[in-house]
Design a protein around this ligand. Structure first.
Ligand code: ZN
Length: 434
């Protein structure tokens, strides 16, 4: 049980300090932080220094080797017109003269729709729709891409869900030899191309692969015992804008929690580890490599992961709990004494670093803003409109307050706040719904 005086002191610091707003602006000023770019390196350098300052502890860098990729220009030509496109992360390049194939509009483009299209998919440029990322029943771009690729599509186009000539981005393939060219286009381009379904279109994408390394950053504030609560946020983003909501918001909140709680945690039963993961936008590579490399005893020390990803841009927060047994009750008990609450979404969303903790049996949740609110600013995720103006200071402070209470309640609890999961339970909570 977290002592009410400690909770009050930490929350008061968060609400009184201007620092979270300054940190958010500074992180946005580093640019979109697309992995492998100068912007990402600037962000890592800034975050390493600031993490050390906020925690008052040494910062560990963990270098993760990965297959890097540099994005080149992309466009679609059809019916005498040309639309700008954004190659999805790790898309193979098309041949120099472009990839020419018939267009097949499959609407939303769920795996079921792709399967129902049968042989028509083979050799086609498949057009599907991007969806609001944080909604019940959301079908992730990656699942659509993989279904199209595995059905023999020649290429994959995904149209933005939001009007305004906003291209949509994200990653799709894993850079493997069976990957197909893939690109995001605007809603308007998608509507125009849909009228040309069945006609031949030309897709141009460029991209260069190169072996690279990216750093995860860690700082640990020890408690009185061995166990740790991990508060995480991902560093990298996309290069269309500043990746402000996704995820400068989470980074600024993690730093604010660390700064407000660093003299409190040493008196609690568990320590607090700040984990800033890189290459999250590349199918969660940074956290996957980190957890895989941990010794089993180190993994056992970690009793809870609170993952902050896109925590501002709307009023109110949701916890994506994946139905982890005991999690919802723990969260409500942690927040109720301060009069705070949050929505609980139980379906599994494998869309951020918490998923990798779950796969290792470590109870984990993602906090996010705007869940099931498609009219909120979270609709701009992965577009050129994910800019700092979409976030209000009090949204950042509210998210930091909620994250602090959850993390510190877990640090203070006499027993592990949520039971560790056996392999069968971990497999069950990380299985996507149909
Ligand atoms: Zn994110």
């Amino acid at each position: 049980m977290l002592h009410p005086e400690i909770a009050a002191r930490v929350l008061g610091r968060i609400w009184a300090s201007p620092r979270i707003v300054e940190d958010f602006a500074a992180i946005c000023a580093t640019g979109g932080r697309f992995a492998g770019t100068e912007s990402e390196r600037r962000a890592v350098a800034w975050l390493a220094a600031r993490l050390g300052e906020a925690t008052g502890r040494p910062v560990q860098r963990e270098a993760i080797a990965y297959r890097g990729w540099t994005r080149g220009p992309a466009c679609v030509r059809a019916g005498g017109a040309e639309w700008p496109a954004q190659a999805l992360g790790r898309s193979p390049a098309t041949p120099a003269g472009g990839l020419v194939a018939p267009l097949l509009d499959l609407g939303r483009g769920t795996p079921a729709q792709i399967a129902a299209a049968g042989d028509a998919v083979r050799g086609a440029v498949v057009l599907v729709r991007h969806e609001f990322m944080l909604g019940t029943g959301h079908m992730h771009r990656r699942r659509k891409y993989e279904a199209a690729r595995d059905a023999g599509a020649a290429a994959f186009l995904i149209a933005c869900h939001e009007p305004g000539l906003l291209k949509v981005t994200g990653s799709a393939g894993d850079g493997g030899p069976d990957n197909i060219p893939c690109a995001g286009i605007s809603a308007e381009a998608g509507a125009a191309l849909a009228r040309l379904s069945g006609e031949r279109v030309t897709l141009f994408t460029e991209g260069v692969f190169e072996d690279r390394s990216a750093d995860n950053l860690f700082a640990t504030i020890d408690g009185t015992g061995e166990q740790l609560v991990v508060l995480s946020a991902h560093i990298d983003g996309h290069d269309l804008a500043q990746s402000a909501i996704d995820n400068a918001s989470g980074l600024a909140c993690a730093l604010a929690v660390a700064e407000a709680a660093r003299d409190v945690v040493p008196g609690l039963a568990r320590g607090l580890q700040l984990a800033l993961f890189n290459i999250e936008e590349w199918a969660l590579l940074g956290s996957a490599a980190h957890l895989a490399a941990l010794a089993p005893a180190e993994r056992m020390r970690r009793v809870l992961n609170v993952n902050l990803d896109s925590v501002a841009g709307a009023e109110g927060l949701a916890a994506l709990t994946s139905g982890v047994p005991g999690m919802a009750g723990f969260l409500r008990d942690a927040l109720a004494p301060a009069g705070l609450d949050l929505a609980i979404a139980e379906p599994f969303f494998g869309n951020s670093d918490h998923a990798n903790f779950l796969r290792h049996g470590i109870p984990a949740l993602r906090l996010c803003a705007g869940f099931d609110r498609p009219g909120s600013n979270l609709r701009f995720l992965l577009t050129s409109a994910d800019t700092p103006d979409k976030v209000r200071p009090e949204q950042l402070k509210h998210a930091a307050s909620v994250a602090a209470l959850i993390a510190l309640s877990a640090c203070a609890a006499p027993m592990a706040p949520v039971p560790r999961m056996d392999a069968a339970t971990a497999a069950r909570v990380t299985t996507p719904q149909a």
